[in-house]
Structure formats: C-alpha cells, structure tokens
Design a protein around this ligand. Structure first.
Ligand SMILES: Cc1cc2nc3c(=O)[nH]c(=O)nc-3n(C[C@H](O)[C@H](O)[C@H](O)COP(=O)(O)O)c2cc1C
Length: 162
C-alpha cells in the first residue's frame, strides 16, 4: 500500500509522529511519504491509496492552516484516510487542583472531530485515528512517554484496514 502523511506540525512533535509512522509503515513492507502541508498544494496531493492527516491543536481545534488545507483538498469520494492530533496533556485546574474528566476532555478536544467532519463531507472514509499528547513547560514540549507504542498501534490500525 502507498500512504502519504500530511502534517502541520509547528513545534516538531507532530513531525516526529509522522516520521515514526513512516518508518513503522515501511518496516511492515509498505510505502510511505511525509509532507508538511506548507510545502504542499491541497489540490495537487501526491497519489496514494490512503492519506494520513496530522494536526496540532489551537483552542481545542485543528490549526487554521490544516483546516484550510483539508477544505481545499481534492480527493475522489471513497478515498481512505486516517487522522492524528497532537494535544497538550491535561493539567489540573488551578483553583480546584482536579484533572478534567474524560467527558470534559472530549468536549475540549475537537481537533479530530473537526478534521473528520471536513473529510466525511467530501465522501472520504476514515479508517483510524489517534491522539498524541505533548507535555512540558516550554511551548515546544515533548511527546508523552509511550508515543512510539501508540504510533505502532496507529500503523497497525491503518494497515489492518487494507
Ligand atoms: C496558542 C496555542 C494554543 C493551544 N491551544 C491548545 C488547546 O486548546 N488544546 C490542546 O490540547 N493543546 C493546545 N495547544 C498545544 C498544542 O496542541 C501543541 O503545541 C501542539 O499540539 C504541538 O504539536 P507540534 O509540536 O507538532 O506543533 C496550544 C498551543 C498553542 C501555541
């Protein structure tokens, strides 16, 4: 299978996930390429049997450049895709010291559902998705431990859909 991974990483975490995903997919005997969306034209996507789109989060949503990219993307109806989002890890509420509940987190984390809605609207078919968490004080942060294992799982889910 030929897979192209488009991402919009700003601080490098999503780029790391994309590269790792490429290696895992290739290690399983498939072809994969990685592109940053800023070096790509949404109406001239590389030919592939399956696309992966990965986005950082801004105020609970996909970064604007990814939203625009997906809206403009031209792909035949029925094309399969997988999604990943990078999110800041949950932190305790400053006043109460409590961590948000799963229900609260899914209400705030809209990156995957918004990307999905755009692509479903074009008749595309989702096969897998995954959230990767970024933690740390600095803006750039770092991928939370276990991210490589999650990337493996993600690759298995993608390839298992073939
Ligand atoms: C201005 C700004 C707003 C952000 N808002 C959110 C947010 O609402 N929810 C969230 O989970 N992460 C948020 N983040 C953290 C990003 O998700 C994180 O920086 C990004 O996923 C890292 O991916 P990258 O290294 O590939 O750019 C925000 C980051 C910035 C800089």
């Amino acid at each position: 299978m030929k897979i192209v991974i488009y991402h919009a990483s700003k601080f490098g975490n999503g780029a790391k996930v994309a590269e790792e995903l490429r290696k895992v997919i290739e290690g399983k005997g498939h072809q994969a390429e990685v592109r940053h969306i800023k070096a790509s034209k949404p109406k001239e996507l590389l030919p592939a049997e399956l696309y992966v789109f990965g986005s950082p989060t801004r105020i609970g949503k996909p970064i604007g450049s990814m939203r625009r990219f997906l809206k403009k993307a031209t792909l035949p109806s029925g094309t399969r895709y997988a999604l990943f989002a990078t999110h800041g890890d949950a932190v305790p509420n400053k006043k109460t010291g409590k961590l948000p509940t799963d229900e609260e987190l899914s209400r705030w984390r809209r990156t995957l559902p918004i990307m999905d809605e755009i692509l479903k609207g074009k008749g595309l078919v989702k096969v897998a998705d995954k959230i990767f968490l970024v933690s740390g004080e600095q803006m750039r942060g770092h991928l939370k431990e276990g991210w490589q294992g999650k990337t493996d799982e993600f690759a298995t889910a993608i390839l298992g859909s073939a």
